[in-house]
Write a new protein. Structure first.
Length: 251
């Protein structure tokens, strides 16, 4: 005879992650920041100071504090930023260069991690959020979320060259291709291309073009999935709407 009660999952069977990963998943800070805080003795679990970032932790059953303050799931925040050229996508830069976090100083926003990357010389749409699951859905290659770029190049490519760009190349053991490459407009000695990727390897577009002896003059990301950069001024940011967050999650 059964009692009719739902079975209780034993604590040992519940998924348990390392302490630093748990803090990151809660949206408190980045994984590297969490690892540093744990090693510095700034984190407690059930009142005990823990210095092992990999210590298995269950945030639903154990009480966590960081710098003496209780840790719980942070309010989820999603923003779009128009990254200027010359700004580094990093919390800190060993060479003292400007970072995107300098653009967020004094805003009162919680810790936010970049959703993907733009190299220092590139500009345009950058997403930041403390929702690591949502971010992974946009950045993991298996999800194939389209990213659209406008690229000024130092030549006027003909249709044969465009076809070769679309076909892709192998560079340093990686295949670099594009979903679409089209000419937006041309000048006397250069052109603007629209390039669509559904994955983003390190310096993907620059390497693809360099393989065909094409130099990049400017590179601007103008859309991620259905979200367009629009008229957001350079160096400024805005919150995403609930519909935009949902559309990106779906995309």
């Amino acid at each position: 005879m059964t009692s009719g009660r739902s079975p209780v999952t034993p604590r040992s069977a519940r998924p348990r992650y390392g302490l630093a990963r748990v803090l990151s998943k809660l949206g408190v800070c980045s994984r590297s920041q969490a690892e540093l805080a744990v090693r510095e003795g700034r984190v407690t679990v059930d009142g005990r100071c823990i210095r092992d970032p990999e210590r298995p932790t269950d945030a639903e059953r154990e009480r966590l504090t960081l710098d003496g303050r209780p840790v719980g799931a942070a309010e989820r925040v999603y923003i779009a930023l128009n990254k200027p050229r010359g700004v580094v996508v990093s919390a800190a830069d060993e060479r003292g260069r400007d970072t995107v976090y300098g653009l967020l100083e004094g805003t009162g926003l919680p810790w936010l991690g970049p959703v993907g990357r733009l190299d220092r010389a590139s500009e345009g749409l950058l997403l930041l959020s403390n929702d690591t699951v949502w971010a992974a859905g946009l950045t993991e290659p298996k999800h194939h979320v389209d990213k659209t770029y406008h690229v000024q190049v130092d030549c006027r490519p003909d249709e044969a060259l465009l076809a070769r760009l679309r076909a892709g190349v192998v560079d340093a053991g990686e295949r670099l291709g594009a979903v679409a490459v089209n000419v937006l407009r041309e000048g006397e000695k250069n052109a603007w291309l629209e390039v669509v990727l559904d994955e983003g390897r390190n310096r993907h577009i620059r390497r693809l073009l360099a393989a065909h002896d094409i130099g990049v003059l400017r590179l601007i990301r103008v859309a991620i999935g259905p979200l367009a950069l629009g008229e957001l001024p350079k160096g400024q940011w805005r919150h995403l709407t609930a519909d935009e967050v949902h559309a990106l999650r779906r995309g």
